[in-house]
Design a protein around this ligand. Structure first.
Ligand code: MSP
Length: 517
């Protein structure tokens, strides 16, 4: 669960994606992290939390300067162009973030320089010489021990030996405090496997961090405020974005949101987020984030996604082919937070047909068509609850509890399972109560009205529970039910109170047509 309520009684949640490098375009992996953030933000927003959701692009450093040069462009013009592609992809994907930050934004540059100056004044930044093995892909120095056969374990390239004078952050000084913080809050970094990785990193003495690059080698960065011969190391720059964004909201909201910060990343950038960032926060006298949530890596048909293999999955292509909600659903349903996942288009089609078309899609169309066939769309009195009606209501109540618990633990696929189990219960309820048979006899027609009323409640609950995961579908269901959009808020009306007798629902339209393989 996000941080506790403040004195005002309003609860807060601040979610962040990594700032994506502008040396490539959005793909399945970048889409996944932002989709998880979007879902979690929607979930708590729906429950009345003050939420703030941040994403953006990381634009400085060697890697971007090189990519710009390769494209024959100036770094800023190049970053403008690629950053705009990210932004437009996320907008076209319907992601509801509050700010798209760029590390080239003026307020960010100011915040980075303020923090650098503050840490420098406090004596935690010093000037020194250093020689080390530098991987440009990772934008960091490696120790011999971290290399595999002398190569960067991520990029499989041999790092360059670089020796130069630079500024260093006294990261080592904070090792004990970081260990204390990790012990005090066992799920600060979660799931646990990544906490264990961090603890393993901290078993070695923590070295100080080189946080500058001489302009003789790199000019594309934020200038060190106390020495204009240097620019800031890209990670020291980028991580601070999380603070820049909330500071821009004013003191009060910043103070409320910052302790409720939840960063979402994949395992590739665990070290900067679990070690550099908290020690930077300590040096800057700021509280730590609430959670660092670390997910696994997506492969495609069992292989690493790469341009050379030609298997890069583009979110906009998938959404154009299958629909936004179907794509969201499959990514969230086919992964367990923290573990690696494999994307296969055939599995996507199976999921869409089984869960979206056959289960929820069918429930919507059967219920609404019977409502129209037997009662011209007008809702009938609920009547006395029979055991099977109570069991249906109980199935949704149980799903609601399970969804809350699973989302709090980021087990989004389990939350979806719970929702679809309840919808499946409703489909079985139709078979069991057989309204189509009862409708033949005028004496049992009132019971048909009651059954359909229960089913409309099931649809309303399905939409309400599924809204953070498949928001467009939830909205369409509510529209078909002819209810106002706030029917999706939590908590909503109690079972049996959302539809007054005589309320007319709309005629069904297919939500998810079956996809032929
Ligand atoms: N710019 C840094 C982050 C700075 S944050 C202050 C960076 N950028 S990145 O463009 O390389 O993005 C890495 C992130 O993209 C991962 O942590 C993850 O969120 C996402 N993913 C990239 N490829 C991925 C997969 N194949 N699978 C899952 N997520 C992936 O690192």
């Amino acid at each position: 669960m996000p941080a506790d309520a403040t004195a005002t009684g309003v609860r807060h949640l601040y979610v962040t994606t990594p700032l994506y490098y502008v040396n490539g375009e959005p793909h399945l992996g970048s889409a996944y992290t932002i989709l998880i953030c979007d879902t979690v933000a929607r979930f708590y927003r729906q429950r009345g939390y003050d939420t703030y959701f941040l994403t953006g692009t990381d634009e400085h450093g060697d890697k971007i300067a090189e990519a710009a040069a390769a494209a024959g462009e100036e770094p800023k013009a190049y970053a403008d162009r690629i950053s705009a592609i990210f932004r437009s992809t996320w907008e076209q994907s319907g992601l509801a973030y509050d700010r798209f930050i760029r590390t080239t934004d003026a307020d960010h540059i100011r915040t980075v320089q303020e923090i650098l100056q503050q840490v420098y004044d406090a004596g935690d930044i010093y000037f020194g010489s250093y020689g080390g093995l530098y991987c440009k892909g990772c934008e960091r120095f490696y120790t011999e021990k971290e290399l595999v056969d002398g190569k960067c374990p991520d990029h499989r390239t041999t790092p360059d030996f670089i020796a130069e004078d630079n500024y260093f952050f006294r990261m080592g000084k904070y090792q004990e405090r970081l260990l204390t913080a990790l012990a005090a809050k066992p799920d600060l970094v979660r799931p646990e496997r990544y906490r264990n990785e961090v603890l393993a990193m901290l078993r070695e003495p923590l070295e100080d961090l080189c946080i500058s690059r001489p302009k003789s080698r790199l000019t594309w960065g934020i200038e060190m405020p106390f020495d204009d011969r240097f620019v800031t190391y890209v990670w020291f720059d980028a991580l601070i974005n999380y603070v820049t964004a909330v500071r821009s909201l004013g003191r009060e909201r910043c103070d409320a949101l910052w302790p409720a910060a939840q960063h979402f990343i994949a395992k590739d950038i665990l070290k900067p987020h679990a070690i550099y960032w908290p020690t930077m926060l300590m040096a800057a006298g700021l509280p730590l984030y609430d959670h660092l949530n670390v997910h696994g890596y997506w492969t495609v048909d069992g292989q690493k996604m790469s341009k050379s293999l030609g298997n890069v999955v583009r979110p906009l292509d998938m959404q154009a082919k299958y629909g936004r909600d179907a794509f969201r659903y499959v990514l969230l349903r086919e992964s367990v937070f923290g573990l690696d996942a494999d994307f296969r288009e055939d599995a996507l089609v199976t999921r869409i047909n089984a869960d979206l078309a056959n289960n929820v899609g069918n429930l919507v169309s059967r219920t609404l068509s019977m409502q129209h066939k037997y009662f011209a769309g007008a809702v009938q009195p609920l009547g006395e609850q029979r055991p099977e009606d109570a069991a249906l209501a109980a199935a949704f109540a149980a799903a609601a509890r399970e969804v809350d618990a699973q989302v709090a633990e980021l087990m989004l696929s389990r939350a979806l399972e719970a929702i679809f189990r309840a919808a499946d219960h409703a489909n079985k309820y139709i078979v069991e109560t057989a309204p189509f048979t009862l409708a033949r006899d005028p004496a049992t027609k009132p019971r048909v009205g009651a059954i359909l009323h229960n089913l409309l409640e099931a649809l309303r609950s399905t939409a309400q529970l599924a809204a953070p995961f498949i928001p467009e579908t939830a909205t369409r269901i509510v529209e078909l039910l002819n209810l106002p959009a706030d029917a999706l808020r939590v908590p909503g009306a109690a079972w049996g109170t959302a539809f007054p007798a005589g309320h007319v629902v709309r005629k069904p339209v297919p939500l998810f047509p079956r996809i032929e393989a």
